[in-house]
Design a protein around this ligand. Sequence first.
Ligand code: ZN
Length: 285
Amino acid sequence: MAKTKNNPLAGFYRAPKMYVSIPTGGKYYDDDVVEWPDTNELPIFPMTAKDEMIMKNPDALLNGEAVAQVITSCVPSVKQPRKMISNDIDTLLIAIQGATYGDEVKVTANCPKCEHENTGEASVEGCLDGMVAVTDDYSFTTSAGLAITVRPFLYESTIKAGLANFKTTRSLQALQEVADELEQLKAFNENFMTIAGLNFDLIVDSVNSISGTSEDGEDFIVTDSANIREFLENCEASVGTAIEKSIADINDLGINKEYNLQCEECEEVYQTTIAFDPVNFSTAS
Ligand SMILES: [Zn+2]
């Protein structure tokens, strides 16, 4: 935001519309990621016309660039959005949506019983009020007595996963046009390996530490990611499954995106999730 001197319009620039806390309370961040205010709440500015345009560029959305830019513009305390935890980014996106378009968010979903499309209105404030904090690291103990602590995904990792997913979907679509069946199978396997490798990377990234007691009675704690990777490549699959479950639990914390709709045709009550994803920005208001 470059500002010139003596612009008579300066008094009319946007001002913060709300102040929000985030699920992690900022505890994972140094000052070069988030400049944490003494009030413990981040000021949220509404989007500018330029921000809105950025949010409508599908390429920028895909690699996370749009979200990163808009967060830096609307939440000036945030210096490096990619280094933040995904739960916090979700919260900031909702707050920006509220600061820009107001409190109401349209929710649309088909009835699971009769397929009728129902629409409801969720509240940004309501969502933010129901936020569940990410407290300390989440940990569990393996049958061999190792204590494994897990941390939530960085926004960076979430983008990486989304991008890989997109690439796979696209190459699987292209595969259908390959005539030779053996070629098709080979390409399919390669794709599968890429995804499996990426999921493994995400698991390694999410493990904060592994601690236990060695055979000669010494307590140890391992935080080195190369050591953690090697362990995960050589331990039983059940350990990986338990880590994945822990990751799923911790990534679910944060704002409550669940919303109940009642069908206007058959009166069935069903649950849906509020889509606060950036794509929704362009259709909001
Ligand atoms: Zn229905």
